[in-house]
Design a protein around this ligand. Sequence first.
Ligand SMILES: Cc1ncc(COP(=O)(O)O)c(C=O)c1O
Length: 379
Amino acid sequence: MTTNALDAAETPRLLLDAARMQANCVRMRDRVRALGPRFRPHVKTAKSLDVTRAMLGAPTGPITVSTLREADTFASHGFTDITYAVGITPNKLAHARALVARGIDLTLILDSVEAARAVRDAVAGDARAPQVLIEIDTDDHRAGVRPDDPALLAIAAVLADGPARLQGVLTHAGGAYDCRGDDALRAMAEQERAGAVHAAQRLRAAGHAAPVVSVGSTPTALFARDLGGVTEVRAGVYVFFDLVMAGLGVCAADDIALSVETTVVGHRAEKGWTLVDAGWMALSRDRGTAGQPVDQGYGLVCDARGRPLDGFIVVAANQEHGTIAHRSGDPTRRLDLPVGAVLRILPNHACATAAQFDRYHVLDAQGAVAAQWPRFGGW
Ligand SMILES: Cc1ncc(COP(=O)(O)O)c(C=O)c1O
C-alpha cells in the first residue's frame, strides 16, 4: 500500500457529482417549463435540503414527500407547500393535522371511501384542514382508483361533506419503469396524462372543484410531448439518475451523479473476482436492472474518477462485501488492482442506494470532495 492509500478517505462513501446533478436539475426544470405545468419535485430520492434547493433552483418551493418525516424536516426549513404522496392512513392523521396546525399547506392523497371518511372525521373540528387529492391508477401499477371508476365520485361525495378540501387528482405512472423503447415511454406519458385529466373532468362534471391535476415520474416527465389539462408535474430520481434510468434510455450512464466509492479488499484470481468493501449495506439490494436487457448486477464498476470499466459489474453482494467480476463470467478478464485501490460503483436505483448513507460527499469539477451534505431517513 502506498502512503497515499494510507491517507485516503475511508470507504464506502456516497459521492455526488455536483455538476451532473445541476445539469439533471436544469434539464428537468426546462422540460417541465416547456410543457407548461408547475413543477413539484419529489424529495424522496435525495432527502436533503441542499439537493432539493438545487432541484427547485430556489431556497424553497412546492415539494412532494414520501414520508411525514420529510414533511416535518422541510417544514422546519421554510417549505410550506407540501404534498404527501402516499395514501393517508388513520394512524398518521394526528401527525398530518399537526403539520397543518403549524401553517403548512399540506395535501394528502387517498383512493378509498374508507380513507376519505377517516380524513373527514379526523379534521371535522379543525380551524384549518389539509387539502386532498384522489389518487388515480393510470397504469395498473400500484394504488389508485381507475379514471372511470364510480368510486371516484363516491370518494368526492364524502369529502364534500367536510372541511378537508378536495383539490383534484394525482397519479404516478410507475409502470413507465417497465416500458421498453421511446415509443412505449411516450405512450405511457400520454396514458398518464389522459387518465388523470379524464378523472378530473368527471369530478368537475359532478360539481366538484378539481383545480389540481398532478402527474409524474422521471420517465413520463421527460417523454411527455403534451401535458394539456395537467397542472403540475412531479419527478424525483432524475436528480441523480441511475442504471435503471439509463437502461430505459431516459439518461446516459454519464448523467448519473451518484456513485459509491469503494476499496479493493482482496481477490480470488482463479474466479476472476475482485472483492470490495461495498456490499449491500452500501449499494442496497436493489436489482432493478435484472429485468432490463442489460443486467448490471448490483452496480456498474468505474475507476476512481468515475469512468466505467467496460464490462465489470458487482455480481454478488454480502453485507459488507461486494464481488466484482466481468459480466461475461470469463475469469481471465479480471481487474488487476492492489488491495487499497479505489473504485466507484454506479447504482441500480439511486433512491435505494442513497438511503444507505447519512451524507453526500459532494464532488467539485476537479473531482475533489468540496462539501458534505447531510441526508436524513426514517419516518
Ligand atoms: C407518487 C409519486 N410521485 C412521483 C414519483 C417520482 O417518480 P420518479 O422517481 O420516477 O421521478 C414517485 C416515485 O416513486 C411517486 O411514488
